[in-house]
Design a protein around this ligand. Structure first.
Ligand code: FES
Ligand SMILES: [Fe+2]
Length: 360
């Protein structure tokens, strides 16, 4: 049944390895941020692309968010070109069909007798948490769980800064870069790396510790056996990194989210969090520093070849690649090669029924 569904005319689908068509290929059934909350205004839409699928995000008058596959089920136009109605639906710009956040049709103008239960759009679960819009990469308005959100994003007393830039890179290369400690003293020699460089001597050795955690993993780096620096990285599956920068008695973190757009592009979201110097006036200063680091990484990571991280055996690795190899294993075992069917709920099931029932 799944095969039939994903070969149907209702879906923007591409070939997966087994010949079964899936959505969000290589990134299915996970929660991910897709955009800064500030970009989605009240009663407006926002068009984004996530893992090859176009999404229409929208926000109603009460601030609630919804996400539909950005294709009207009637004649295939972009729903994100439409408008949000006072009752919180997204209205298609073409013939004004109205869809709620679960994809149900609320109104079909000029067709009071239309069988509306057959005329739904495809919804994906959406949330607005910690200054980010999150979606779950499977069809259906319900998700099996809620996103795991790093507490630095939601803490009410921390100052926060936000930036989003597009990289011409596969998200897996961007993600590995964020989990990679040994590049810091070299690529970032003029920014964050300058604090590490004084510790390095000729013949210095870096050790990487990786600990599994319920949300992913935590990695520390030590130089010549010294782990007292206090910096560590948290990896939240599938695509969030939190760098904890040691400031005595304070919290200072950088969150990096590598959002896959398609095979060549990643949207990099960076949220800075701090418990000190919380004056909003200082935000541009902190955000500028984060932007400098992001640009240093971008300039190099965009040159990666092959574009997507290959299986570990196809590149040469050393001891200090421990954390990135953990990510590579996770990607190949759980995301890339997993037979992760798109979760089914009322939408696709109804699509199947509609397909076999013909049109009104
Ligand atoms: S194309 Fe959307 S209502 Fe006709
Ligand atoms: Fe970096």
């Amino acid at each position: 049944m799944v095969d039939i569904l994903y070969q149907s005319k209702y879906f923007n689908s591409r070939n997966a390895s087994a010949g079964v068509k899936v959505m969000f290929e290589g990134f299915a059934n996970v929660w991910t941020p897709v955009a800064l909350s500030s970009r989605l205004k009240v009663q407006k839409t926002l068009s984004v692309v996530l893992a090859g699928e176009p999404l229409a995000l929208f926000r109603d008058a009460r601030g609630e968010v919804g996400a539909l596959i950005d294709r009207c089920p009637h004649r295939g136009v972009k729903l994100s070109l439409g408008q949000v109605t006072p009752d919180g639906c997204l209205e298609c710009p073409f013939h004004a069909w109205r869809f709620d956040k679960e994809g149900r049709v609320c109104e079909v103008p000029l067709n009071p007798d239309a069988k509306r239960e057959r005329l739904f759009a495809n919804a994906v679960p959406a949330r607005d948490i910690g200054g980010l819009i999150w979606v779950f990469t499977a069809l259906g308005a319900r998700a099996p769980n809620e996103p795991t959100v790093p507490d630095g994003l939601t803490h009410p007393d921390y100052a926060k800064t936000y930036l989003q830039v597009d990289w011409k890179a596969h998200w897996t290369r961007a993600m590995e870069n964020m989990l990679d400690s040994p590049h810091v003293p070299f690529l970032h020699r003029k920014t964050i790396g300058r604090f590490v460089r004084p510790k390095l001597k000729p013949g210095s050795r870096m050790d990487i510790v990786w600990e599994e955690t319920p949300y992913g993993g935590r990695t520390h780096a030590g130089v010549d056996g010294d782990f007292t620096g206090g910096a560590y990285l948290d990896f939240y599956k599938p695509n969030v990194m939190v760098l904890n920068i040691p400031v005595p008695g304070k919290v200072f973190r950088m969150h990096a989210v590598c959002v896959p757009k398609n095979a060549q592009e990643t949207s990099m979201i960076v949220v800075g969090t701090r418990s000190f110097a919380t004056l909003a006036l200082l935000n541009p200063f902190f955000n500028r520093n984060n932007m400098k680091i992001v640009l240093e990484d971008q300039a190099v990571v965009e040159s990666s070849f092959p574009v997507e991280i290959p299986p570990a055996a196809q590149e040469k690795s050393v001891r200090t690649d421990k954390a990135t190899l953990q990510f590579r294993r996770y990607y190949y075992e759980q995301l890339k090669n997993a037979s992760a069917p798109v979760q089914l709920s009322h939408g696709p099931v109804a699509a199947y029924e509609a397909l076999h029932a013909g049109v009104d």
